[in-house]
Design a protein around this ligand. Structure first.
Ligand code: XBP
Ligand code: MG
Length: 255
């Protein structure tokens, strides 16, 4: 049995609850800037999250909700421009600190750093969004905490495809058996599972009813000393917060 060597984190919904008050609001602001009367409600956005990736989400929304809409010029370029405006709004919102990190995230990252574990990120979101969140929530040097930041269009296929995890594992030069992934969604779990990673899920409002079959552990959040987590599926070996002892325990279950 090899020892745990790296933790690989998803960003949206896992490090922070960015979708409802971050991404959704930014999309709506970009639509308004473009003179479009489109407004993604909290509920509708939850449905649209079935498609990962912001550009892909806009494309899907056009197909289902505005099939007759003809963007000026090239459709792909127009979507890319709209998405660029969304990214600008999103990073501004994040820099205004509207979305805190989820419970236990900073604590676990610090514990992992102190123990010399390697850290990586595997996310669908645009790299600028990751930079804004990490620097705002964890400080200017926090990008350096992560040996690999695999994000956005760096791979051809977004989650649930495993490409982004393959990319991260390849950059780390590690086998999946010595890593643990952290995700919040079914698409994220699929992506990690197809890359043969054991995965810990922390659910959120948008993902709590999803199917997490095959996850190593499903929690409401990672927990803090004063805020114990709830185990929704799997066994946490009596722990009340997610620490490296629990990470080692889960990794030891890998056949
Ligand atoms: C997150 C996403 C992202 C964000 C928007 O998925 O689906 O698309 O909603 O980001 P995951 P961009 O947490 O599984 O990585 O607009 O920058 O694409
Ligand atoms: Mg996510």
């Amino acid at each position: 049995m090899s020892k745990l060597q790296a933790l690989i984190f998803d960003v949206d919904g896992t490090l922070a609850d960015t979708e409802r008050d971050g991404h959704r609001v930014a999309f709506n602001r970009a639509f308004a800037d473009a003179g479009l009367d489109w407004e993604w409600s909290v509920e509708r956005y939850g449905e649209l999250l079935a498609v990962t990736g912001g550009k892909e989400r806009i494309q899907q929304y056009l197909t289902t909700d505005h099939p007759a809409f003809e963007p000026p010029g090239d459709r792909r370029e127009w979507i890319a421009g709209l998405h660029k405006a969304k990214t600008a709004h999103y990073t501004q919102l994040i820099e205004e600190n509207v979305v805190p990190l989820r419970p236990g995230v900073k604590r676990l990252l610090q514990e992992a750093r102190d123990a010399g574990l390697r850290l990586a990120i595997a996310t669908t979101t645009t790299p600028a969004n990751v930079t804004a969140l990490l620097q705002t929530a964890l400080g200017a040097d926090s990008l350096d905490w992560f040996e690999v930041i695999a994000a956005g269009d760096i791979v051809p296929a977004k989650k649930p495809a495993p490409d982004i995890y393959h990319y991260a594992l390849n950059a780390l030069q590690l086998e999946p058996t010595v890593c643990l992934a952290f995700e919040d969604s079914e698409a994220g779990l699929q992506s990690a599972k197809w890359a043969n990673l054991q995965t810990v899920i922390t659910v959120n409002g948008y993902t709590q009813a999803q199917d997490f079959t095959g996850a190593a552990l499903v929690l409401d959040h990672l927990g803090e000393p004063t805020l114990p987590f709830q185990v929704l599926a799997g066994t946490a070996n009596g722990a009340t917060l997610f620490d490296l002892q629990l990470a080692d325990y889960l990794q030891a279950q890998i056949p």
